[in-house]
Design a protein around this ligand. Sequence first.
Ligand code: FES
Ligand code: FES
Length: 157
Amino acid sequence: MTPAPVELTVNRVRRSLDVPDAERLLDTLRWRLGLFGTKEGCRSGECGACTVLVDGRPTLSCLTLVREIEGSAVTTVEGLANDPAGRAVQKAFETEGAFQCGYCTPGFLTALTGLLGESGPDRDVEHLWGDLQGNLCRCTGYVAIRRAVERAAREAP
Ligand code: FES
Ligand code: FES
């Protein structure tokens, strides 16, 4: 029997997806929906490049089956501009020059947007920074990324 389509909202658009049981969210986003902003790194939960928001929570799309999140709202880096905090995070990274090749950047932007949403008005930068330790960057040495996190913590609504 053919499995029923999976209903998801992706960047505010309702989607009905015919996917195999074992399809990962990362592959659905990139190869079915053409949302190539979400990056594929290790595919094993080690690098954070594939981070998206699922119902607002930072989630590794390489470790998430699409069928596990039926009915959820997914936000990728392409959808962050819809969110005031997402816009502030993008602006902070731009202002601080917090990227070089940019491969890790979508993961940092989505993860930080989700963490700011969860943290409320009293933001502890050390706590945010600790929660970003699963996001790896091979280029920057993290100094500018750290400044961008501090700026976003101050400026995001
Ligand atoms: S690609 Fe998902 S954590 Fe590396
Ligand atoms: S900017 Fe190149 S991996 Fe982070």
